[in-house]
Design a protein around this ligand. Sequence first.
Ligand code: ATP
Ligand code: MG
Length: 239
Amino acid sequence: MLISIFSPKGGVGKTTIALALAESLSKKHRVVALELDFSPGDFVSLLPSIDPKKNILTYKHDILSAVQKPHGKDFDVIVGGYPGEHEHITREDIKRCIEILKFKYEYVICDIQPGIVELVLDVLQQSDKVLVVAEENFITPVARINAVLDWISVNNLSDLKNFVFVRNKVTNRELVYIDKIKHSMKLVHDVPFYKKFKGYDDKKLQKNIKKLAGVLKNGTFGENKKFWFFRRIFSKSYL
Ligand SMILES: Nc1ncnc2c1ncn2[C@@H]1O[C@H](COP(=O)(O)OP(=O)(O)OP(=O)(O)O)[C@@H](O)[C@H]1O
Ligand SMILES: [Mg+2]
């Protein structure tokens, strides 16, 4: 199963949620976290035992050789590359790499860069689920998501039916901006804002992300219309 974590806005928690999900799912499943972020991404700084030179670009023709296991972790990772370098990897390369990874792993968790390029659209299209991370304490992250989803759907670039929302850094139980978005995607999960936050393997976050992992495993996304209805009624006691 390919699960992409995406948001056109930077700093909303894509990498945190991607690695937290990888950590959670890896307790019982074969998991690889794939960094498709050439901004560059943060895998190397968050996972200190990882070699940045052993990345998706250097091993695009032999992707399994790019697989690394972070020290003390049960999940594998593949790191991205540096800015501009994504031009050295073709859409066919990425497609092939993902096919191979999907064959070897039960879950491929893809941390996607905020900047949309063709290969990002391809991966979104190939994904079984796209978790769109929204931080809705400010209007700008949600407004940007709205604009990008609009552009994606108007240009028929991806089928939005596999896209769902995950709210991160939630401080307000009420829905502020998300329910005003014109694309009626399901909101499947909330991650609270943690004051003393220790990162993706923070115990409090892990407890929370276990629920998201459960939803992904059980494929209960289809039930969310009901869930959505009730959560709007009971939103005050939701968190
Ligand atoms: N639920 C949370 N509570 C508190 N802090 C959080 C939470 N989620 C993420 N953070 C913090 O927010 C910052 C940005 O998170 P992260 O790097 O995961 O975002 P990102 O979307 O991957 O950013 P970028 O677009 O730069 O790749 C980090 O310092 C992270 O520790
Ligand atoms: Mg990131």
